[in-house]
Design a protein around this ligand. Structure first.
Ligand SMILES: Nc1nc2c(c(=O)[nH]1)N[C@H]1C(S)=C(S)[C@@H](COP(=O)(O)O)O[C@H]1N2
Ligand SMILES: [Mo]
Length: 198
């Protein structure tokens, strides 16, 4: 399958491909704060709101019609495992942001998910092509436990910055903290600087 390889992004942060304190796993462990939420393809929608010019809303079918691509990425969990060479297929954050028309005063982003999970990032950390809204892993639809129908991936951050079961993005004019960020995990979450806790 055709994909872009972005596994060299560690060079930008001056680190090795395997960040410090991480061990490689060939399995793909599941890490969720609760049960896998159910979703209804009839009513499911993905929304963008807040500090943007055009509020957006997509059904799952419509979302998959957006321009999309596949990328080979690494996945680093804050608890210490990394799964290298994941091929994710989806829509990039900049593609959506362009359609939304992000306001000049937007500085931060809150992601919202079906299970009530939230996570936040500075807008500048989201406006990167490797931040993707993915529905496929290694050519197969994402399983429910790994965030299907749609999840976010953030290969430049620990994986708690990538919500599974994503339902929307809120563009913010000030910083706010998400689920784990309120409970002591780092807001910046750079794996090469080992920003695990705040
Ligand atoms: N909606 C939601 N997204 C989530 C989580 C969660 O509990 N709920 N856990 C996060 C954490 S801590 C990690 S490490 C990754 C794990 O993804 P995986 O279960 O596919 O390995 O999902 C992240 N996204
Ligand atoms: Mo995690």
């Amino acid at each position: 399958m055709e994909y872009e390889d972005v596994t060299e992004i560690h060079e930008e942060f001056g680190g090795d491909r395997l960040p410090p304190g991480q061990r490689e796993t060939s399995a793909f462990p599941v890490l969720s704060k609760g049960d896998v939420p159910s979703w209804d393809p009839e009513t499911w929608e993905f929304r963008c709101w807040g500090a943007i010019e055009n509020e957006l809303s997509y059904t799952f079918d419509a979302f998959q019609q957006l321009p999309h691509e596949s990328q080979r990425q690494d996945f680093h969990c804050v608890t210490g495992w990394s799964r290298l060479d994941c091929v994710f297929t989806g829509v990039t954050f900049p593609t959506l942001a362009n359609r939304a028309g992000v306001s000049d005063d937007a500085v931060h982003v809150m992601f919202h998910a079906l299970d009530g999970y939230t996570t936040d990032l500075p807008l500048s950390d989201c406006l990167r092509d490797e931040v993707m809204f993915a529905w496929e892993l290694d050519g197969e639809p994402l399983t429910g436990e790994h965030g299907g129908p749609l999840r976010v991936v953030t290969p430049h951050k620990y994986a708690y910055k990538g919500p599974k079961w994503i339902t929307g993005i809120e563009f913010l004019t000030e910083k706010k903290r998400g689920y784990w960020e309120k409970r002591g995990y780092s807001q910046t979450a750079n794996p090469w600087h080992e920003e695990r806790y705040s």
